[in-house]
Design a protein around this ligand. Structure first.
Ligand code: SF4
Length: 482
C-alpha cells in the first residue's frame, strides 16, 4: 500500500497541520487513550517495542517520546532506532502534529525562548525532518520538499534578505547558497537561464545538480521550519505573559524539565548530586589571583566581567565543563541560586570594588553585564525567570588572555600544561590533593611502622577528585565562547 506523505509530516506549521490541530479541538484529549495512534505505532515498519508500556497511547505520551528520541539519539550509546521507528511512519502525521504543538506550547510557556530547552526543541525538529526525509523515496522527497517550499516562499525570486533571520542566527550560511544579483537560485530553469551561457566545458544541468539540486532545497526547507518553530515558541512565550496557560501544558513543561535534568545528570561523567565543588583558592592560576586582588583601570572590565565571572562560576559549580562538553545552566547545579548569590557573586563584587578605581563606582552597568555572563540576561541580579536570556560564558582561553589582558598573565610551571585557567584549576587541584594524600600517608606510616596497610581516603566533593591528566580534561584550548 502506498501512503501519501502529508506536508504536515515534515512541516507541523503548515496550513494542513493547522487544520489537523483545529480538528482535534481542545487540549482535554491529550491524556485520552487513542486506538488509532496505538495502531499506527504498532504497525510501523521496523518497529521493535517489545514492552507494551513503551508504546505511546495518547498525545501526551507521544510528545514525550519525541523528546526522549532526540535525547537518546544524541547521548545514549545504546540508542536503537527501531525503538522509535514509529516516529518515521508517515501514518503518524496527524498525531505527530498535535504532539509537536503540545511540546512547543509547553516549552514556550515554561522556558525562555533562548533557553537550552527551546534550542533543543528547535534542533529536535530539524533532526526529525532530516531522518523522515531519509525514509522517503527520491521522488517523494522531491515532491514534498517542492510543496513545502512553495508554501514557505510563495514567490518566484527570493532575495537573500528573505532569509536574513536564518542567516543571522547561523542556521544557514551564505556560502551554502548560490546567489545572482542578490537572488537565491533554487529553481533549475532559473539557474539554466541565468548561467547556461556562462558555463563552459561543463554540462549546465550537471552543474545545477552539483551546486544546488535537492540538497540545498532540503536544507533551506529544514532551516526555515526550524526558524518558524523558534518564532512560534517566542510567540507562545509572549502570550503566556498575558493569558493564563492551560494546566496540562504546565504539566508537560514540568515533565520536560525533569527529563532534561535527569538526562543531563545521567549523561555527564560526573555522578551523584550536582551540588558544585568547594572552591580551593590555593589552586587558582596566577591570572585569577591577580584579578582577585583588584585590577587597574584599562583591564578592569574584561578582567572582572569576562574572566573572573566565568572562572569563579564554573570552578564552583561545574569545573569539568570542558571535559563533559554538555550544555548546562547555572540552575542545573545550583537550583535555587543560593551558591551563586551567597558565594560566587560576593567574590566577584569584592574583586570589582578592589579595582582602581572601584569598578561599580564609575561603571555600575557592569553589574548587569556580570548577571548576563552567568546566563540570566541583562538584569541587576540573577533570577530563575530570566535564565536563558543569555549564555553562561565559559572562561576565555590563555591565548586570548595573553592578547586582551596581557598584564594578568604571569605563567608559572603548571601553566605550561594547560590552555585555559579552568584547566589550570583542575590540574592544580588534583596535584595539591595528591601532595596532601602523600603527606598524610607518610605521617600515618611513621606513626604505624608495623602496619603496611594504606590509609584509605573518602572522596569529598572537591574538584580535585579526578586526575585531569588522565581524564582528558585539559582540552580547553579554543573551547571558550568568546
Ligand atoms: S597561562 Fe593561562 S592560566 Fe596561566 S597565568 Fe596565563 S592566562 Fe592564567
Amino acid at each position: 500500500m502506498i501512503i501519501m506523505v502529508s506536508v504536515a509530516f515534515l512541516n507541523p506549521l503548515s496550513v494542513e497541520a493547522e487544520q489537523i490541530v483545529r480538528d482535534m479541538g481542545d487540549l482535554s484529549k491529550i491524556y485520552e487513550q487513542n486506538p488509532d495512534l496505538i495502531h499506527a505505532v504498532d504497525t510501523s515498519k521496523s518497529q521493535t517495542i517489545s514492552d507494551n508500556q513503551s508504546i505511546p497511547k495518547n498525545y501526551y505520551e507521544l510528545a514525550i517520546k519525541r523528546m526522549e528520541w532526540y535525547i537518546k539519539k544524541k547521548n545514549d550509546k545504546n540508542y536503537n532506532y527501531k525503538d522509535y521507528a514509529f516516529l518515521f511512519n508517515p501514518e503518524i502525521s496527524k498525531f505527530d502534529v498535535v504532539a509537536f504543538f503540545i511540546l512547543a506550547q509547553a516549552i514556550g510557556i515554561k522556558f525562555n525562548p533562548n533557553s537550552r530547552e527551546s534550542k533543543l526543541f528547535v534542533d529536535l525538529q530539524g533532526s526529525i525532518i532530516e531522518e523522515r526525509l531519509e525514509e522517503l523515496s527520491i521522488s517523494e522527497r522531491r515532491n514534498i520538499c517542492g510543496k513545502i517550499l512553495d508554501e514557505l516562499i510563495q514567490h518566484d525570486n527570493i532575495k537573500w534578505t528573505f532569509l536574513e533571520e536564518i542567516l543571522s542566527s547561523k542556521k544557514l550560511s551564505l556560502h551554502e547558497l548560490i546567489l545572482d544579483n542578490g537572488d537565491i537560485i533554487l529553481d533549475k530553469e532559473d539557474f539554466l537561464e541565468r548561467f547556461r551561457d556562462k558555463i563552459t566545458h561543463r554540462n549546465p544541468e550537471r552543474m545545477y545538480e552539483l551546486l544546488i539540486g535537492d540538497p540545498v532545497k532540503e536544507l533551506i526547507m529544514i532551516k526555515m521550519i526550524m526558524q518558524k518553530t523558534e518564532d512560534y515558541i517566542k510567540k507562545v512565550n509572549e502570550m503566556s505573559q498575558k493569558v493564563e496557560p492551560h494546566p496540562y501544558l504546565l504539566e508537560v513543561g514540568e515533565k520536560i524539565s525533569k527529563i532534561l535534568s535527569d538526562n543531563l545528570r545521567y549523561y555527564t561523567t560526573y555522578q551523584g548530586e550536582m551540588k558544585g565543588f568547594r572552591l580551593n583558592p590555593e589552586a587558582f592560576p596566577p591570572c585569577i589571583k591577580l584579578t582577585l586582588n583588584g585590577v587597574q583601570s584599562g583591564n578592569r572590565n574584561d578582567a572582572i566581567v569576562l574572566l573572573l565571572t566565568s572562572f569563579l562560576s564554573y570552578s564552583r559549580l561545574y569545573p569539568s565543563i570542558f571535559r563533559d562538553n554538555v550544555s548546562v545552566k547555572v540552575s542545573d547545579v545550583d537550583p535555587d541560586l543560593k551558591i551563586t548569590q551567597n558565594e560566587i557573586l560576593p567574590l566577584i563584587y569584592e574583586a570589582a570594588q578592589r579595582c582602581n578605581p572601584p569598578l561599580f563606582d564609575d561603571d555600575p552597568q557592569e553589574k548587569l553585564n556580570i548577571t548576563a555572563k552567568l546566563g540570566f540576561g541583562v538584569h541587576e541580579q540573577p533570577e530563575l525567570k530570566n535564565e536563558g536570556e543569555s549564555k553562561w560564558y565559559t572562561p576565555m582561553s590563555c591565548d586570548k588572555i595573553k592578547i586582551h589582558l596581557p598584564a594578568l598573565c604571569k605563567p608559572d610551571k603548571t601553566c605550561k600544561k594547560i590552555g585555559n585557567p579552568l584547566s589550570y584549576y583542575k590540574t592544580k587541584s588534583w596535584q595539591l590533593s595528591q601532595q596532601r594524600k602523600n603527606k598524610e600517608q607518610k605521617s600515618y606510616n611513621n606513626k604505624n611502622p608495623n602496619n603496611n596497610k594504606s590509609k584509605t581516603y573518602k572522596s569529598g566533593d572537591r574538584a580535585e577528585n579526578s586526575d585531569p591528566t588522565k581524564s582528558g580534561d585539559d582540552d580547553s584550548i579554543g573551547s571558550d565562547s568568546h
